[in-house]
Design a protein around this ligand. Sequence first.
Ligand SMILES: NC(=O)c1ccc[n+]([C@@H]2O[C@H](COP(=O)([O-])OP(=O)(O)OC[C@H]3O[C@@H](n4cnc5c(N)ncnc54)[C@H](O)[C@@H]3O)[C@@H](O)[C@H]2O)c1
Length: 334
Amino acid sequence: MILVTGGCGYIGSHCAVELLKNNKDILIIDDLSNSDYQSIRNIKLISNKNVEFIHGDITDIDVLNDCFSQNNIESVFHFAGKKSISESYKDPLSYFSTNVKGTINLIESMQKYDVNNIIFSSSATVYGSDYPLPWKEDLILNMPHNPYAKSKLMSENILKSYLSTNQNFSIGILRYFNPIGFHSSGLLEDKVLGSSNLVPSIISYLLKNIQFLPVYGDNYDTKDGSGVRDYIHIIDLIEGHLKAYEYTKKNKGCFVWNLGSGEGFSVFEIIKKFEELLDMKFDLRVLPRREGDLAEYWADISKANRELNWYPEKDINNMVKNILAFFEIKKENN
Ligand SMILES: NC(=O)c1ccc[n+]([C@@H]2O[C@H](COP(=O)([O-])OP(=O)(O)OC[C@H]3O[C@@H](n4cnc5c(N)ncnc54)[C@H](O)[C@@H]3O)[C@@H](O)[C@H]2O)c1
C-alpha cells in the first residue's frame, strides 16, 4: 500500500486517481486544512475503487505512527504541505512546522516501521533567483529568500542527510514548476481558486467572481514586461511521479528531477491564448509586483527525459483548452 499525504489536495488527489488506475492500494492522510472530504468521494467516484482515509495532521507523530503500524505501507508520496509564498511571509512558523517538521516526522515514522521509499513534492522556488536559465537540478543552491521556498529546500536537505544513515532508503525529489489544469471529470478541485495566481484569477474572472483580471507587474525585464513561468499540465506532472516511483523502487539513493515543460510563457501570452479561444477581450488591471515573485524562470527537463523517459505531452494550447473545459463544468454547477 502507498501512503499519500495531502491526498485530498489539488496534486495529491490527481495522483491518488492515477495510482488507483494503476491498481495500487492507497491510504490518504490529510488534515483537510486546504481541502475537504468531498475530495475522497470524488476520488472514489472517478476511480470506482476504495480509498482508505485518515483525517489527521502530519505534525502529530503519533498519528503517523498509527498509520504505519496499522497498515502495510511500502512507499510514501508526500504532498501534505502549505504552498503560498505570500502567506509564508505572514506566518513563517506554520510553514516550517507543516513543511519541515511534518517531513521530519514522516522520516522518523518511516524509519521506525522500515519503510524505505519516498516521493517528495518540492518546488522550483528552491532555486531562488541567482542562476542562469534554464534551471538544472545540479546547481549548488543558496538558501532562497521566502519562507515557503526555505521550508522546501530544508526538507530536501533533511531527506538527503537522512540517506547517509540508511543505505536502503530511496528518495525522489520532484521540483515542480507551475502545475495547471484539471482531471477531465472536472471533479478534482484546486482550493487555490480564489487566490491571486494566474489560472485561478482567470477562472474567477470568467465566473464573474472578480471584476477585472489583475496582472502583477508589467515592468519586469522579460520579453513583454510580465512575469514568465513554466507551466506543466497536472496529468503530465502525475505521470512524472509514477515514473519517479518506479525508478526509486529499482535504484537506492536520492534523485532530484525538475518537472516542468521546459518552456517559459509570459502572463500576457497566456492571457492572449485564453482571449483567442474565447474570442473576447479581458479587462486587465496592472497592479504592483507581488513580494517574492521572480521575473522569469523555466526548467531544464533533460534529466527527467533521460532518466525517467518522461516527456510532457500537453502543450500550452492543450492546457488552456483543458482549463476552459473545467471552467465550463464549474459554470454549469454554479
Ligand atoms: N500547486 C503548486 O503550484 C505547487 C508547486 C510546487 C510545489 N507544490 C507542493 O506540492 C504539494 C501539494 O500541493 P497542492 O497544490 O496539491 O496543495 P494543496 O493545498 O491543494 O494540497 C495539500 C494538502 O495537504 C493537506 N495538508 C496541509 N497541511 C497538512 C498537515 N499538517 N497534515 C495533513 N495534511 C495537511 C491540505 O489539507 C491539502 O489537502 C505541496 O507540498 C506544495 O508545496 C505545489
